[in-house]
Design a protein around this ligand. Structure first.
Ligand code: SF4
Length: 321
């Protein structure tokens, strides 16, 4: 995306304007997520997991851009795990990364054969496949001395996971923008946590990333996730702003107004105690405003990446291949 508008016809000028606006919005969202969750700190070495899908390409591209302007130093190493799925175009990522001129590693591990051998025909392969992948990526992070592992899940993935857990798992649980691995050794970050998938799709098309198809393993798409995705997309069309409001709800949890006795001490509640943050709404009729669609406040504030102190800055398909 170039800033120069010279010699462009009005249509091309408008497209350029929109493309720049989109790039800015994504960059701000990534900067905000990094800051809000303190995802990247001075001296970090970020292992960016690159699958060849639109999300991970966009994540790498945006992080490389932010790296140039951030007032702290951090390094990036891109890693692709070639799981030896049939038809995987091995040359695509090395060519792309070499042209970019950045540090990268292609890890070749034939997990595809293991999964095919171990999992019964007709059974879902994703659980074993992703477990194997996770173990390999953690090992590679150690080998590379990476302090953080960046995954390309976005806001739609997070919301879909929330609804999957609610509808099928009976849990109020999403997908965290930042987490520590079970063994306590690795920090995983999701810098695209605030980015909409439709924005990433447009960005990937404009940037012409050399996308590698995600169905090479032959696994069936996760139907439950597909249903949830369609539901959310339908809401997005019919009620602009609802998706944004739902995501904000994940950042505005009021334990005293849910029903988890582990999270809030209902049994120990006593009169005369300090009022709860969510307020006494026992007799009130709640009033809600219409949600605002994305864009209305998307560019609020300035990315903290450009303004924070060095010590704090930078900062399921969900196959994750
Ligand atoms: S969809 Fe992803 S996680 Fe599932 S088997 Fe294929 S590559 Fe593995």
């Amino acid at each position: 995306m170039h800033d120069t508008e010279q010699g462009l016809d009005p249509k091309a000028k408008k497209e350029l304007f929109e493309a720049n606006k989109l790039a800015k919005r994504l960059r701000h969202h990534v900067g905000d997520a990094i800051n809000d969750f303190n995802m990247i700190e001075q001296g970090d070495r970020i292992m960016v997991c690159l699958s060849g899908g639109k999300d991970s390409y966009a994540m790498l591209d945006i992080l490389l851009g932010l790296q140039k302007s951030a007032p702290i130093d951090f390094s990036i190493v891109a890693v692709n795990l070639d799981q030896k799925q049939p038809g995987f175009p091995e040359h695509v990522l090395p060519t792309y990364l070499t042209e970019l001129g950045i540090e990268y590693r292609i890890v070749e591990e034939d997990t595809y054969s293991i999964v095919k051998r171990v999992v019964e025909e007709g059974k879902t392969t994703c659980a074993l496949c992703s477990r194997l992948r996770r173990g390999i990526l953690y090992r590679v992070a150690d080998e590379l001395g990476a302090t953080k592992i960046a995954l390309g899940h976005h806001r739609d993935d997070i919301l879909q996971t929330l609804f999957l857990n609610m509808f099928y798992g009976g849990k109020l649980k999403g997908m965290p923008p930042k987490l520590v691995s079970d063994d306590g050794k690795h920090m995983v970050i999701r810098p695209l946590a605030y980015c909409r998938e439709k924005d990433i799709e447009r960005y990937a098309a404009i940037k012409q990333f050399p996308i590698i198809p995600c169905n090479l393993c032959g696994s069936q798409p996760n139907l439950q996730r597909q249903v949830i995705k369609e539901m959310i997309n339908d809401w997005d069309k019919r009620f602009p702003g609802r998706v944004e409001t739902m995501f904000r709800a994940m950042q505005n949890v009021v334990p005293s107004h849910l029903a988890d006795t582990e999270l809030f001490d209902f049994a120990g509640l006593k009169t005369g105690a300090v009022p709860e943050a969510g307020g006494d709404i026992a007799f009130d009729k709640e009033e809600f405003r219409d949600p605002q669609p994305e864009g209305a406040d998307a560019l609020r504030g300035i990315s903290i990446l450009d303004s924070r102190k060095p010590s704090t800055i930078v900062g399921e398909q969900t196959c994750g291949r």
